[in-house]
Ligand binder design. Structure first.
Ligand SMILES: C[S@@+](CC[C@H](N)C(=O)[O-])C[C@H]1O[C@@H](n2cnc3c(N)ncnc32)[C@H](O)[C@@H]1O
Length: 267
């Protein structure tokens, strides 16, 4: 059984460019089982065979394995804390410096978090009457999600944590709510595995890395956190998801700004 599962994992890596070893094995098995039930395959080997030859199943498995749920202002309190305790520190440094503030949403799924932080910064700058340029880069391994992020139109149910003022200012109301150009031009998306290097992603002021780590094996978590650490500028900020935390070597490389909201600063 375990040998068969190993064979299936190799097939997954080869066919859908997803590395199962990096993720927690029990939940991974549960998600694979969903596709096996759906396709009526009783064994890992049968399912591996199907996957090898079926492009649509490859797409659906990728979708099942990369959990793409997101929401605007997910954990509202975290964004409040970023607004009050992080943005003033970042933008004070840049006042009249001519530099550009860079934010990275690592594992951005369908873009809600990327647009949320862009709107938060835009509003903050308007209120403080500052004109510092900024850019937000959203990256993910799931191209279907990134396509949705680029389109930027969302069902209304995703907005229940979002204050009305942001909807009026930054969205066009149709059947769905679509992000206005003024905020889209601050944001861009690209496909990138967390382990890959990208020349744009260095010297970052703020990284949102939320609800991605939780799915990963501990060894891979450490590796990715180190990678993230190196991408931050001196004194840059890192925000993790509500149930995620720093540990091991990397923990010593940050100070805690807010333990409840999982906000850290590179030291
Ligand atoms: C649950 S979503 C988190 C979305 C957003 N950060 C939030 O908190 O609302 C997790 C995302 O991480 C992405 N992901 C998983 N492994 C990844 C990897 N190795 N490199 C880049 N993205 C990855 C998945 O594709 C998925 O879209």
């Amino acid at each position: 059984m375990d040998k068969d599962f190993e064979i299936l994992k190799k097939t997954i890596t080869r066919t859908i460019d997803f590395f199962p070893e990096r993720y927690k094995q029990k939940p991974l098995k549960r998600r694979i089982a969903v596709r096996m039930r759906y396709t009526k395959k009783d064994s890992y080997l049968e399912y591996a065979h199907l996957l090898e030859n079926n492009k649509e199943e490859q797409r659906l498995l990728h979708k099942t394995l990369t959990i793409n749920v997101s929401k605007f202002f997910r954990n509202y309190e975290t964004f409040k804390k970023i607004e009050n305790a992080v943005l003033p520190k970042i933008f004070d440094t840049y006042k009249n410096s001519g530099g550009i503030v860079k934010v990275w949403c690592a594992g951005c799924a369908t873009g809600e978090e990327t647009y949320t932080i862009a709107m938060l910064i835009d509003t903050f700058l308007k209120e403080k009457k500052l004109s510092v340029p900024f850019t937000v880069i959203g990256t993910d391994i799931d191209t279907d999600s990134l396509e949705k992020a680029c389109i930027g139109c969302y069902r209304k149910e995703l907005f229940n944590e979002m204050p009305e003022q942001y909807i009026d200012e930054y969205f066009e109301r149709n059947e769905r709510l679509c992000v206005r150009h003024s905020i889209k031009e601050r944001v861009h998306f690209k496909r990138l595995d967390l382990e890959e290097d990208d020349e744009e992603l260095n010297d970052l002021d703020l990284i949102l890395f939320r609800n991605v780590l939780i799915y990963m094996e501990r060894m891979f978590q450490e590796k990715v956190l180190l990678h993230i650490y190196r991408r931050l500028c001196e004194n840059g900020f890192l925000v993790l998801g509500k149930v995620e935390m720093l540990f091991g070597e990397v923990k010593k490389m940050f100070t805690v700004l807010d333990s409840r909201e999982r906000i850290y600063r590179k030291c």
